[in-house]
Design a protein around this ligand. Structure first.
Ligand SMILES: Nc1ncnc2c1ncn2[C@@H]1O[C@H](COP(=O)(O)OP(=O)(O)OP(=O)(O)O)[C@@H](O)[C@H]1O
Length: 619
C-alpha cells in the first residue's frame, strides 16, 4: 500500500476514495462561512438603514429579511455539512480499519513478536479516529476562520484600506505567533501521549498476566508499580494543560487590547462622520470575530500538526513494508501427496548468526519423521521455514516439487496442518473454533473431526456442548482439551502434510495419553514432521532426524539409531528412559524430564521401556 508512506498521502487516499462527498462537504463549509460574513454585512445594512437620515422603511425590511434569511441559510448549511462530515468519516473509518487490518495481518510473525497486540489494535482503531479528526479540523475549524478572514478583509477594504491592512497583518502575526508557541508546547503533548501509551500497555500486560499476579500475591506490588506510571502520566498531562492555558490567557489579553483599540479608532472616525454607525458595528464585530478566529485557527493548526505526528508514528509502525510477500507471478500450490524437500538451507533470524546450516532433507510423501535434538538446536525454526514464516538466506524448500517461495503463502498453508505446543483459541464457541480450519464445513463434519481427535466426549459434556464459549485464549478448557481441539482442527483441514511442534510436551501424562490417541489417528496416511521432546511419541515413526546446532547429525529409522553405540539419539533415549542428565551436551531433554512430576516421569519411562522392549525384540 504505497499511500502508507506518508500522512498526507494517507489522508488524500481516503478523501479521493469518496471525491464527490468531500467536494460537497467543502462547498457546504465554504457556503456556511460566506453566510456567516454576509450576516454581519446584512446587520450593517440594517443599522445603516435604521440610523440613516432618510430612514427608508423598505430598505430596513429588505436588510432585515436578508439578515434573517442568511442566519437560517448558514444554520442549514452548517447542519448539512456536519451530517455529511459525520457520514463520510464514519464510512471512511470502516474502510480504513478494514484496510489496516488486512495490511497488518499480512505482516510476518516476527513483526507481531516485537509489538504489543493491544497497542496494535489500539493504533488501528486510532487511525480511523485520526482521519476523522483531521478532516473535521481542516474543514470545520481551519477553513471557516480563513474564509471569514478573507471576507472581513474585503469588507474592511471598502471602509478603510489602511485599517484592513493593519488588521490583516495583526491577524497573520497573532496566528503565526500562537502556532509557533503551540508547537513549542508539542513536547508536552508528546510526552503525555508517550506516558498514556505506557500506562495502556502496562494495563494490558497486567490483565493479560493476571494469573501470575494472583499466583505471586502481587496485586499491591503491581498497583504501586502502576501508580508510578499513572503519576508520570498525570504530571505530563498537567504540564500540557498549563501550557495551553497560558497560551489562551496571552491571546485573551491581546484580543482585549486589539478589539478595544480598534473600537476606539472606529468611534473616532464615526464622530468625524467618516464612517457610518453600521460601519462601527461591523468593524467591531468582525475584528472580534477574526481575532477570536485567529486563536481557533492556531489551535486547530496545532492539533492538526499533532495528529499528523501521531499518524506518521502509527504509519511508521503499521505501514512498514511486508517482508515476505507473494511473488508477483505466484501460483497456487498444486497439492500432491505431500513430499517435502529442504535443499542446502541456511537460515538465521539474524543472518550473521545462522540457526540452521546448509541443511538438506528429503521427506517422501507419507513418511513420518521425528525431529529431535537439544533445546535451541533449530527444530522449531525448521517447522517455521516449512510454513514460510521466514525465508532462508541460502537454499530453498519445496513441497511436491514446487518451491514454496514461488507459490502463494495461503495455498502453501492450505497444504499444511499444524498442531503447535500451545493451541490458540478464539473467544468463540467450540464449534466456531474447530470450524476455523475449514469455514464451509457442516456441523456433521466438525463432529466427525472432534470424534477422530478424541474430544467429542468432553465437548458434549461442556455446559452448552459445541456452543460453549471457550473463554479468552481457551482458558475455560484444560491444556489437553485445547490440544485435542487443535488436533480436531487439523483433522478437519485434511491437509496432506502434518507438522507437530512439540504437540504433547506441555501436557501431563494423562492428557498426553488422550492427545496421543488423537494424534495417532491424525497422522495416518499423511506426511508428518514432528518436533518431539518426548521420544516415546516418535518411537513408531519411520524416521528420526537428530539436529544439533542447526545440523543434521543422525538420520534413520529409530530402531537403527538406537543400535548405534554412542549415537546422539541413543543417548537421548537412554537419558529419558532413566530420567538422567548425563551432561553429554544433549542435555535439554534430560533437564526437561527432571522437571516433570514423579507420576509423569514414571508414565513416560513406562512408555519408553515398552517401546525399547519392542525395538530390542525387532533388533
Ligand atoms: N523469533 C526469534 N528471533 C530470534 N531468535 C530466535 C527466534 N526464535 C528462535 N530463535 C533462536 O533460534 C535458535 C533456535 O531456536 P528454535 O526454537 O528453533 O530451537 P528448538 O530446537 O526448537 O528449541 P526448543 O527445543 O527449546 O524449542 C535459538 O537460539 C533461539 O534463541
Amino acid at each position: 500500500m504505497p499511500f502508507l508512506v506518508s500522512p498526507t498521502r494517507f489522508i488524500l487516499h481516503y478523501v479521493r476514495a469518496r471525491p464527490w462527498i468531500f467536494l460537497a462537504l467543502a462547498l457546504l463549509v465554504a457556503g456556511a462561512s460566506i453566510c456567516a460574513i454576509s450576516v454581519q454585512y446584512a446587520m450593517k445594512l440594517l443599522i445603516d438603514a435604521m440610523t440613516g437620515t432618510d430612514r427608508i422603511r423598505s430598505a430596513v425590511y429588505d436588510a432585515l429579511a436578508a439578515f434573517l434569511g442568511l442566519v437560517v441559510l448558514e444554520s442549514l448549511l452548517q447542519r448539512a455539512a456536519a451530517l455529511t462530515l459525520g457520514q463520510s468519516t464514519v464510512a471512511s473509518g470502516v474502510g480504513i480499519r478494514l484496510d489496516m487490518i488486512d495490511y497488518l495481518t499480512g505482516h510476518q510473525m516476527p513483526f507481531f513478536q516485537n509489538q504489543r497486540a493491544g497497542s496494535l489494535g489500539h493504533r488501528v482503531s486510532g487511525l480511523a479516529g485520526i482521519f476523522g479528526a483531521i478532516v473535521h479540523r481542516l474543514l470545520q475549524e481551519v477553513t471557516p476562520p480563513l474564509i471569514v478572514f478573507v471576507g472581513a478583509m474585503m469588507i474592511f477594504t471598502t471602509i478603510d484600506v489602511r485599517m484592513a491592512a493593519v488588521l490583516g497583518a495583526i491577524f497573520v502575526l497573532v496566528t503565526a505567533g500562537l502556532v509557533m508557541l503551540g508547537l513549542r508546547g508539542h513536547v508536552h503533548h508528546k510526552a503525555f501521549a508517550e506516558h498514556a501509551g505506557t500506562v495502556g500497555g502496562e494495563l494490558v500486560d497486567l490483565i493479560g498476566n493476571i494469573w501470575v499476579v494472583k499466583a505471586f500475591a502481587a496485586r499491591q506490588r503491581e498497583l504501586s508499580r502502576l501508580q508510578g506510571f499513572l503519576d508520570d502520566e498525570a504530571s505530563a498531562q498537567k504540564r500540557g494543560w498549563f501550557f495551553v492555558e497560558r497560551m489562551r490567557g496571552l491571546h485573551d489579553l491581546a484580543l482585549a487590547i486589539l478589539v478595544g483599540g480598534t473600537l476606539v479608532w472606529a468611534i473616532g472616525r464615526w464622530s468625524t462622520g467618516a464612517i457610518s454607525t453600521g460601519d462601527v458595528v461591523i468593524i467591531s464585530t468582525m475584528t472580534f470575530r477574526i481575532l477570536h478566529g485567529s486563536r481557533d485557527l492556531a489551535m486547530a493548526l496545532i492539533d492538526t500538526s499533532q495528529q499528523f505526528s501521531y499518524l506518521r508514528e502509527t504509519l511508521d509502525i503499521i505501514g512498514v513494508p511486508q517482508t515476505l510477500s507473494d511473488a508477483d507471478d505466484a501460483a497456487r500450490l498444486r497439492v500432491g501427496e505431500g513430499r517435502v524437500e529442504l535443499t542446502n538451507v541456511t537460515f538465521g533470524y539474524d543472518p550473521r548468526h545462522p540457526v540452521l546450516h546448509d541443511l538438506s532433507l528429503v521427506i517422501p510423501a507419507g513418511q513420518k519423521v521425528g525431529v529431535v535434538g537439544p533445546s535451541g538446536a533449530g527444530k522449531s525454526s525448521l517447522l517455521q521455514l516449512i510454513q514460510r514464516f521466514h525465508d532462508p538466506q541460502a537454499g530453498h524448500l519445496a513441497i511436491d516439487g514446487q518451491r514454496i517461495d514461488s507459490v502463494t503463502q495461503e495455498s502453501l498453508r492450505d497444504t499444511l496442518a499444524v498442531v503447535p505446543q500451545e493451541v490458540l483459541l478464539f473467544h468463540r464457541t467450540v464449534m466456531e473454533n474447530i470450524r476455523f480450519a475449514k469455514p464451509d464445513s457442516s456441523d456433521e463434519e466438525v463432529h466427525r473431526a472432534a470424534e477422530a481427535a478424541g474430544c467429542d466426549d468432553f465437548i458434549r459434556r461442556l455446559p452448552h456442548g459445541y456452543d460453549s464459549i471457550v473463554g479468552e485464549r481457551g482458558t475455560n478448557l484444560s491444556g489437553g482439551q485445547r490440544q485435542r481441539i487443535g488436533i480436531a482442527r487439523a483433522f478437519l483441514k485434511n491437509a496432506p502434510v502434518v507438522l507437530l511442534d512439540e504437540a504433547t510436551s506441555a501436557l501431563d501424562s494423562e492428557s498426553e495419553l488422550e492427545v496421543q490417541n488423537g494424534l495417532e489417528a491424525l497422522i495416518k496416511n499423511r506426511t508428518v514432521i514432528a518436533v518431539a521432546h518426548r521420544l516415546s511419541t516418535i518411537a513408531n515413526f519411520d524416521r528420526v532426524v537428530v539436529v544439533v546446532d542447526g545440523r543434521v547429525v543422525e538420520d534413520g529409522p529409530p530402531q537403527e539409531l538406537l543400535r548405534m553405540p554412542g549415537g546422539a539419539f541413543r543417548q537421548l533415549w537412554v537419558m529419558q528412559v532413566e530420567g538422567l542428565d548425563r551432561s553429554t551436551g544433549i542435555s535439554g531433554a534430560g533437564q526437561r524430564i527432571r522437571h516433570l512430576s514423579d507420576q509423569s516421569r514414571q508414565h513416560i519411562q513406562r512408555m519408553m521401556r515398552s517401546a525399547w522392549a519392542g525395538v530390542t525384540e525387532r533388533v
